[in-house]
Design a protein around this ligand. Structure first.
Ligand code: NAP
Length: 170
């Protein structure tokens, strides 16, 4: 079976890594869609698709995981067309993993088998929490794979998020 998962991965964290390991126990390979690929440099989506690609591929390769395909996927302004858009960009897949009600609904309507896998340790392993910690200068490095920590440091990602939070008002 070739499976499909999509997320914004802002940033890729240890919870995502655990879910991917779990999926690969029962599937031959996994297509990882980098969702909302057109967005970057906002507080909700600070990292570019290329930066997220590097975070995920380096983290998985360091774990000796190689049976994955990474596909950046821009949003489209029509939900009924989104699954066809995903299919046009990815290798064929038979099974979808998501906890997002909209994603589940759209793939189910197109006849896909859809499975849910909860992210674990959500009090720490959450993209929103990690971005908030970066903003507040709390410790976030233990929540992401070492490769992600290294890439965020290399691109000065924490300073990017803090700069994005500033306004030009006094
Ligand atoms: P998301 O916006 O990346 O995540 C939504 C929330 O769900 C986040 O808090 C995320 O946590 C959490 N989450 C992610 N995986 C989870 C899991 N396995 N268990 C529990 N919570 C989980 O949404 P997404 O569902 O992961 O990704 C969907 C992508 O598809 C988005 O980029 C969306 O824009 C795109 N999409 C586009 C269209 C369209 O263009 N019309 C339609 C449908 C979907 P973290 O932040 O910790 O990951």
């Amino acid at each position: 079976m070739r499976a499909f998962i999509v997320g914004r991965f802002q940033p890729f964290h240890k919870g995502h890594l655990e879910v991917i390991k779990e999926i690969l126990k029962t599937n031959r390979s996994l297509i990882i869609g980098i969702g909302s690929a057109q967005y970057s440099h906002t507080l909700k989506d600070p990292f570019t698709a290329g930066e997220r690609h590097l975070m995920i591929s380096t983290s998985l390769e360091r774990e000796k995981i190689f049976d994955f395909y990474l596909v950046p996927i821009e949003d489209v302004n029509s939900n009924p067309l989104w699954v066809a858009h995903v299919e046009s960009l990815t290798p064929k897949f038979n099974r979808v993993y998501s906890n997002n009600p909209l994603v589940k609904r759209l793939f189910t309507e197109k006849g896909y088998e859809v499975n849910s896998l909860e992210l674990i340790n959500r009090s720490n392993w959450s993209g929103t929490r990690i971005r908030e910690k970066m903003l507040r200068d709390d410790s976030w490095k233990a929540d992401v794979p070492d490769a992600v920590r290294d890439i965020i440091e290399e691109i000065d990602g924490v300073r990017r998020i803090r700069d994005l939070s500033k306004t030009d008002e006094e």
